[in-house]
Each structure stands twice: as C-alpha cells, then as structure tokens.
Design a protein around this ligand. Structure first.
Ligand SMILES: [Zn+2]
Length: 192
C-alpha cells in the first residue's frame, strides 16, 4: 500500500517534467536513482515511468555507472595503492568480500587497475608497508612495531613476484645483523 502511494505521488510530481525526463532516460546513462533525486521522486516512480513509456535506456559501461567501481578507481589512483589491504578497502567502502571481488575482477579484466591492487589481504602487512614507504625504518623495527615476525620475508616474496617498492634503506637486517653480532662477540673474546 505504501509503495502505491509513493508511486502515485511520484506520477503527480512528474507531470509537467515528463518531456525532460524522457530525454534524460533516452539520452543519458544517469542512474534511475539519481534521476529520482533530480526530479524529486522515488526510484520506483522513475522505474515505473520508464517501463510504462516503453523507453529503452542506452547501454552503459558498468564502470561508468557503478559507484563501487568508481570508488575503487579513486582509491587505486592513490600513491602506493597496491599496498592498501583488501580489508581496509572493504571497510572504507562498507562492502563485503564477495562484492569487493566481483567489482575488482571487472576492473582488473578491463585493465583499469594494477594487477596487484586489492591483492594484499593482511592489515598488519599494510601497516608495515605504510611505515616502510614513509619512514624507511629498518625492516626488523617495522615488523616489531606492527607485530609481524616475518615482514622481511614478505618483502622478499613480494619483490620476487614483481611488487614495486624502494629497496630497504637499512640493509643490516637479519643475517647481516647476526653476522655483526658474531664478530663483536669474537672481538670481545679476543679471537679477532
Ligand atoms: Zn562495479
């Protein structure tokens, strides 16, 4: 009952602007929802009007009209966007993983985003990269800060599979540091 009332009110409101609305429906790919806003009626009113008049809407590219894709493209444009985790993006856009994957796959297929955008899953690794890219701290320090034991290994893996980021500024990490510690120990013992 409520919907009928809305529709009737919508039809009344559309009187006098019908010609404009028909033009908008025939010549633009503006969504029905947005047209509803423009003409001050509900989405249903526009939908029923369009159907009633038998108007065929022009074909539209998904990425042009989809607000999720547009938002994803905005995020993808940011610097170092490959290092933003999928979880963060989903949270930002308030979408669930299947929805996220659906739209990402469209954008990826069309070549509109980098192959790696949206691939990173761990929020901790994302945080580690944020520090790494901005402050260039030693890898082990970054790992410790965000609570990752193996950030160095992640970096090596990513580098090997073609992720693009600057080399660590501090190279005396892991093995090198252990080696230095050994030398110091030996020195102390007087064997060097
Ligand atoms: Zn989309």
């Amino acid at each position: 009952m409520k919907m009928i009332a809305v529709t009737k009110r919508g039809k009344g409101k559309l009187r006098g602007v019908e010609d404009h609305l028909i033009k908008d429906l025939k010549n633009t790919t503006i969504s029905l929802r947005r047209l509803g806003k423009k003409y001050g009626v509900s989405y249903q009113a526009i939908f029923l009007f369009c159907q009633g008049k038998g108007i065929k809407r022009p074909k539209k590219e998904h990425t042009e009209t989809c607000s999720i894709c547009r938002d994803l493209l905005e995020i993808a444009k940011q610097k170092h966007s490959d290092f933003i985790s999928s979880r963060t993006i989903q949270k930002q856009l308030k979408i669930k993983p299947p929805i996220f994957r659906y739209h990402i796959s469209i954008l990826r297929r069309k070549g509109l985003i980098s192959k790696r955008f949206g691939k990173l899953r761990s929020v901790k690794v994302e945080q580690a990269y944020q520090i790494y890219l901005k402050r260039r701290l030693p890898v082990s320090t970054i790992g410790w800060k965000v609570g990752l034991n193996n950030f160095g290994a992640t970096l090596r893996q990513h580098k090997a599979s073609g992720w693009d980021f600057p080399a660590p500024l501090f190279i005396y990490d892991g093995d090198a540091r252990r080696a230095r510690a050994k030398v110091t120990k030996k020195k102390r013992k007087g064997s060097l």
